[in-house]
Design a binder for this molecule. Structure first.
Ligand SMILES: [Zn+2]
Length: 106
């Protein structure tokens, strides 16, 4: 049953990003230890909780910003999308999940 709970949580994040993401507030609550952390402190700590070392989710832009030199990243093929060549049959077709992920705000 744990696999269904994890799948349900993952799909909730895909379908309801506002419920699981910070909506632009100044503070975030660590889901692991409950510590309330200011976004500036969290950013300086590369989105790792200073109390329990929980790693918050990084967006693609945040990951690129953390890894590369400033202004050194040049994106190619931004409109490229994946295809379901294996015809994956999960709880939801991959084309629906992929479409939902593309519509997600950064
Ligand atoms: Zn924590």
């Amino acid at each position: 049953m744990a696999i269904y709970a994890n799948l349900s949580k993952a799909l909730t994040q895909v379908w309801n990003p506002k419920k699981t993401r910070n909506a632009g507030g100044l503070w975030q609550k660590c889901p692991e230890c409950g510590e309330v952390i200011h976004n500036l402190e969290l950013g300086k700590n590369l989105k790792v909780c200073p109390k329990c070392d929980h790693h918050f989710t990084l967006s693609a832009a945040e990951r690129i910003h953390n890894l590369l030199d400033p202004d050194s990243f040049e994106e190619f093929d931004a409109n490229l999308i994946s295809k379901d060549v294996l015809k994956f049959t999960g709880v939801l077709p991959i084309r629906i999940v992929s479409k939902a992920i593309r519509r997600r705000p950064e």
